[in-house]
Every structure is written in C-alpha cells, then in structure tokens.
Design a protein around this ligand. Sequence first.
Ligand SMILES: *Cc1c(COP(=O)(O)O)cnc(C)c1O
Length: 373
Amino acid sequence: MNSKPITVTQPFFPPLEEFNEYLKKIWENKQLTNGGPYHKQLESELCNYLGVKYISLFSNGTLALITALQALKITGEVITTPYSFVATTHSLWWNGIKPVFVDIEPDYLNIDPDKIEAAITPQTTAILPVHVYGNPCNVDKIQKIADTYGLKVIYDACHTFGAKLNRQSIVSFGDLSILSFHATKVFNTFEGGAIVCHDEKTKKRIDYLKNFGFADETTVVAPGINAKMNEVQAAFGLLQLKYVDGLIQKRGEIASIYRKGLLQVHGITFSKINPVVNANHPYFPIFINEEIFGKNRDQVYEFLKEQNIFTRRYFYPLISQFPTYKGLSSSSPGNLTVAEKAALQVLCLPIYPDLGLEVVEEIISLIIRFQKD
Ligand SMILES: *Cc1c(COP(=O)(O)O)cnc(C)c1O
C-alpha cells in the first residue's frame, strides 16, 4: 500500500519566491480587483497563448457559463450532454432554461451531432456541448446544424487548455467558449475562468455583465453579476502560464505510459486519439468492460482506494440521473444508452505533472494484478 495517498489530480505549485515578486507589485499598486494591471496582462497573454482575439476573465468557470448564456440572451430550451460535470447543466438552470439531453458518440464521448436535430423544438435557442476530456466535439457538424436552425453554440471548454484542432485553437469555435481555471484543471488561477468571444462588442457586453452591468460610473446597462477575477488570481495565472507547456508535456508522458501499460489488458479500452489534435491531457480515463475484464469498474475503484490510490468516476452518475434533472419530463427525448454505458465503465486514473512515473507504473501493475486475483 502507498504510504502517501495518491489523488486523481494535484495542482502545480510554481516556486513561492516567484509568486512573491508578483505579490510585491500588487502591494505597491494597491489595486486588488476591478480590472487591475495583472488582469489586463493575463487577458492579453492568454489571447496570445490560445490564439484568439477576445477573452474575458472570470472568478470561476461556472459564473462564466452562467454569464455567457446571459450575454447571448439564451432562453427556452438548450440541447446539451448528460456526460459532463454538473455545472454545465446547472448554468442552464440558473438562467431558467430547460436542459434537453442528447446522447454522446462512443469515440470521444462528446455530444452526438447526428442526434441533435431530433431534439430541436420551437423553444430551442442554443446548443451547449462539452469538449469532454479536452477532445474536441465535431465542431463542423454542430455549426452546420446551428446555422440551419438559427441556434447559438456555446462550448463548455473547461477541459481544454491550449489544445488545437488542425492547428486551430479549440476555443475559437462556436459563438462563445468557456474555460475553467479551477485548481484541478490543467491551467489554474486557484479558482477562475474565462469566456472567449469573437468580436469587440460581445466582449464589452460580457465585461459589463461580470461587473454588475456597469458601463461607467453611473450607467448600469444590464442586470449584471459580480464575477470578476482579482489581481492575486491573475498574477498566479501569469506565473502558471510560464510553466504550462512543460506541465502539459509531463501529462502527455504519463498518458503514454498508461496507454502502453494497459493496452494489452483485456477489457480495458481508452477514448480514441484524434490524429489532428494536439491534446492537453486533463484526465486519463479508462473504460472497464466487466464481462471481458472479469471485474467491474467499482471493484477496481475500491481496490485502488484500499491501496491509497484515489481514482475518480468522471462522469458518473450522468447529470440526467441527478434528482434535480431526473424529474424533468421529456428532458431526454432520445435514449442515452452510450452515455449510460460510459458512465458505468469509466475510471479516471491519477494524472498530474508531479506524479512520479514509478507511481504510474505501480498503478498499472496493480490493475493487472487485480484482474488476475
Ligand atoms: C470544472 C468544470 C466546470 C466548472 O468550472 P469551475 O471553474 O469549477 O466553476 C464546468 N464544466 C466542466 C466540464 C468542468 O470540468
């Protein structure tokens, strides 16, 4: 048994002395929030890094999602995926919008574009897909449907950071993309988030909305909320950004060790690798087929837990199975069989930059040993 618990993730901590330099400047500037110098600098450096023109920083990803829906005045029904973190659907609920769940496709576990049209009603105003595990959705098909039916597309891109599809940033698709900079994500600002948009007017509107609707000192143009990122968060983001390429590379190494080590294990499969994507490896999900593996996912989860290795079942239960959403009649017009199967089989293994490669090897051996037991 491991003496120290191994969690599914652990944030990267840059050298404290380096962060102190940023803090000193904040102490000199005497500005803690409301769009200070670090906030401005992080917006501009993130635009550069992500290859986009407009980004608005937020205090977290959930408020960014909620505000994105406000910014585009989304109402009625929105088509979304049940295979995600609950905040995706909660953001609809907080806007009084009815979520309509559509099944996912089996390769990447993203919303199945071929099933979207059947779920569109006269009340549908938008599609809210998620780039699950950082694998991009079928953005072309989704955009085509949106254009045909006059719908907006808002991507929950909280799993992606810096990943590209055919050399184009994944967050450049759709009307808006939402990022999370929560401590557990590939790039973090303690808590934090952002909206990526594609024109100056929209950016302005989003910036009003995240600051109570203030356009200037005496003008309130909308019922805004308080969702601003502060200077300490922004400073931490600037420091993280210097390290993030190395961190993603480290994640990639861990992912390939897992893949190599578990490839031959009967009953374990991975989600597909898209050859035109440079990935950011936020999670390492495996899928355990009980009939072939000989034990079910929960048994593997419990066994590893006994060894002090804490994996996570992302995403189980499905959002549509939580009591809040289960009661929604006709919220899933088709069946959700692909999502249900994935939710029962998925297990996310520990992956983070400081995870020792010997621990990765040990986790692989433990899984192989448990199968034979
Ligand atoms: C993390 C996450 C969120 C929420 O972001 P917070 O910054 O934690 O509020 C939303 N959607 C998905 C898919 C996420 O992974």
